[in-house]
Design a protein around this ligand. Structure first.
Ligand code: DGT
Ligand code: CA
Ligand code: CA
Ligand code: ZN
Length: 577
């Protein structure tokens, strides 16, 4: 039983309702409930036990009742009822990237497709027939086939936040054990890679403690099955079929093992070659000159002995970091402490679950100097996007809140849709009245080649735009997003002095690491935003910072490391008064 599982149930209720053609307003309330539950810092069962369900923002009476059902029975009645009305393979089919409830309804009613397997078969045997269905067509059919492939490839990997939470639980189970000196995450999770295959953990302990530490690891609450249990290594399968390994190593080789199991494999190979060039040997036990250990206890010593600056894990991808470290030219990477504000958050005015006041209060608690409220524009119908009149009212409300506090600048902004042709959802006279304008693509995200790049550049050229939100529009594991030419986009952004967003949400991470690097090299400004739809999501900032670091970004490249004064000066570049 977990918050995440309950959130998935609410999400599926919303999808099934849409599939079955039910009331739109009700459907949105389930999307909101899913988000509210997913973002809670506390277990719903604990909240239910102390009678606090109805105090959760975004949770009303009827949602609270459903949470109680879940806590008591592990099920939600409404969910079971809806499931009974549709073939059991349909929820899975709706989870295929690009297949919303509407398309699935068509496939089901007009082609008898009731599961992912049915669809795969139909795409193989009768694609032409499917293309005849109204609203589908050959292009859409081709996209479906592509996204089935994409989903199959992505299914094995999980998002960073999920891996983080699972790893934290495992480390907690290990850290209290007798003999444990140090314990840490290694592998792709330590490097902050955008998705994680399996979780690699390491702990330092004397050999005789190994067995009991591995036993404690195997008994961690999130472990479902144990696949290997030895004296120095354990392997387990966690909820959601995620695999995790723990290795127990002695003090003298902890640093070497940490370096080795952090990887990447390509980085390791290059490090080992460097050692060989000096007539030495490098492995997971240490750096050796014949039998003499030169380093091994601490990771830093290995880099130092090899004549390298310490290379932060995020850079260990064999993308030039060894050469830079040898020359003493590694970037001074931006860190979470450098961040002074968030410039893309939502509120209850559109699809957020917290009010302006609540978002501002959470930002002040973080010590932020500024916060830009950027709710959706009118074309985002399913998110409750604002029209010009509503936006103007919302901006006034934001400014009233801003006037109450002199320790934070609350900016009245918008996240305006970029249409497929690069035009924006609002005219310049509407946008010019705002303090901050983010323009983002939300639809037509399978746009290919030149069209995608032209679309974004056109938005960059709009004189009202300050920042491009999630420029490719990808959703990890769900859709690949637009194949934008980042060099061209970064050059345009630099020329027009428009910032590019690193959207920190672990499902997005967009700009992605290599895009960040291109933006840094082109001299474009970058802003790291959470796109928070709740106060809890403001905490996702660290994933954006990690992605920035993987793109070699320094503090000076990131606009929201500036003070409020500096930021406002920049915002004045294309605003009067
Ligand atoms: P993942 O799990 O697919 O997200 O990616 P990683 O990087 O965590 O890879 P994983 O779990 O297969 O291995 C963890 C680390 O162990 C990897 O980053 C480097 C090291 N490693 C694994 N296999 C090899 C190898 O064959 N040679 C070398 N030099 N290192 C390896
Ligand atoms: Ca791994
Ligand atoms: Ca591994
Ligand atoms: Zn947004």
């Amino acid at each position: 039983m977990s918050n995440r599982e309950l959130a998935d149930i609410f999400e599926e209720i919303a999808e099934l309702m849409e599939l079955l053609g039910e009331n739109r307003y009700r459907i949105n309330s389930y999307h909101n409930a899913a988000r509210a539950v997913r973002d809670l810092g506390e277990d719903v069962a604990d909240i239910a036990a102390r009678g606090g369900l109805e105090d959760i923002p975004g949770v009303g009476k009827s949602t609270a009742e459903k949470i109680r059902q879940y806590v008591e029975t592990g099920k939600v009645k409404r969910h079971e009822e809806l499931r009974a009305k549709a073939p059991e393979g349909l929820p899975g089919l709706m989870k295929v990237p690009g297949l919303g409830p509407k398309t699935v309804a068509k496939l089901w009613k007009e082609a008898g497709i009731e599961s992912v397997d049915d669809l795969r078969e139909a795409l193989r045997d009768r694609a032409d027939e499917l293309a005849q269905i109204e609203g589908l067509g050959t292009k859409k059919i081709k996209q479906m086939a592509d996204s089935l492939d994409f989903a199959a490839a992505a299914a094995e990997r999980i998002t960073l936040d999920r891996a983080d939470a699972l790893a934290a639980e495992l480390l907690e189970a290990v850290r209290g054990e007798e003999g444990v000196e140090r314990a840490a995450v290694a592998g792709s999770l330590r490097r902050g890679k955008e998705t994680i295959g399996d979780i690699d953990l390491l702990c330092e302990a004397p050999q005789e403690s190994g067995e009991s530490i591995i036993a404690a690891f195997a008994e961690a609450p999130n472990v479902r099955r144990v696949t290997a249990k030895g004296k120095t290594k354990g392997s387990v399968v966690l909820e959601g079929e995620v695999q995790a390994d723990l290795r127990v190593v002695p003090a003298e080789s902890y640093g070497a093992a940490l370096a080795y199991f952090t990887g990447s494999k390509e980085h390791n190979v290059a490090m080992r070659e460097l050692a060989i060039k000096r007539g030495w040997k490098l492995n997971e036990y240490g750096l050796f000159d014949d039998d003499r250990q030169l380093a091994g206890k601490n990771e830093r010593d290995i880099y130092a002995e090899l004549g390298l600056e310490y290379i932060p894990p995020e850079l260990r991808e064999q993308r030039g970091e060894l050469a830079a470290a040898a020359d003493g030219k590694l970037p001074d990477l931006v860190s979470l402490d450098d961040i002074r504000g968030d410039l893309h958050v939502h509120t209850t005015a559109t699809d957020g679950i917290n009010t302006i006041e609540q978002m501002v209060s959470a930002a002040r608690q973080k010590g932020y100097q500024y916060l830009a409220i950027c709710d959706h524009s009118k074309s985002q119908i399913q998110a409750g996007g604002l029209d010009a009149a509503e936006l103007s009212e919302h901006a006034a409300a934001i400014r009233r809140v801003n006037d109450k506090y002199d320790d934070i600048d609350v900016l009245a902004g918008v996240e305006v849709d970029i249409f497929r042709d690069g035009r924006l959802d609002f005219d310049e006279d509407v946008l010019a009245g705002l303090d901050f304008v983010t323009a983002s693509p939300h639809s037509a995200l399978s746009l290919e080649g030149k069209d995608a790049t032209v679309r974004i550049i056109k938005a960059i050229e709009n004189p009202c735009v300050d920042c491009i939100g999630h420029p490719s529009g990808r959703l990890l594991g769900r859709r690949a997003g637009m194949d934008i030419d980042i060099e061209e986009i970064a050059a345009a952004a630099a020329e027009h002095d428009v910032a590019l967003e690193i959207n920190a949400h672990p499902m997005r991470l967009d700009l992605r690491d290599v895009h960040v690097r291109a933006a840094v090299e082109a001299g474009a400004r970058i802003i790291i935003n959470t796109d928070a739809h709740s106060t809890a999501e403001l905490d996702l900032m660290n994933y954006g910072v990690t992605t920035a670091r993987r793109g070699w970004a320094e503090k000076k490249h990131i606009l929201n490391t500036r003070t409020a004064r500096q930021l406002k000066k920049w915002l004045g570049r294309n605003r009067q008064g």
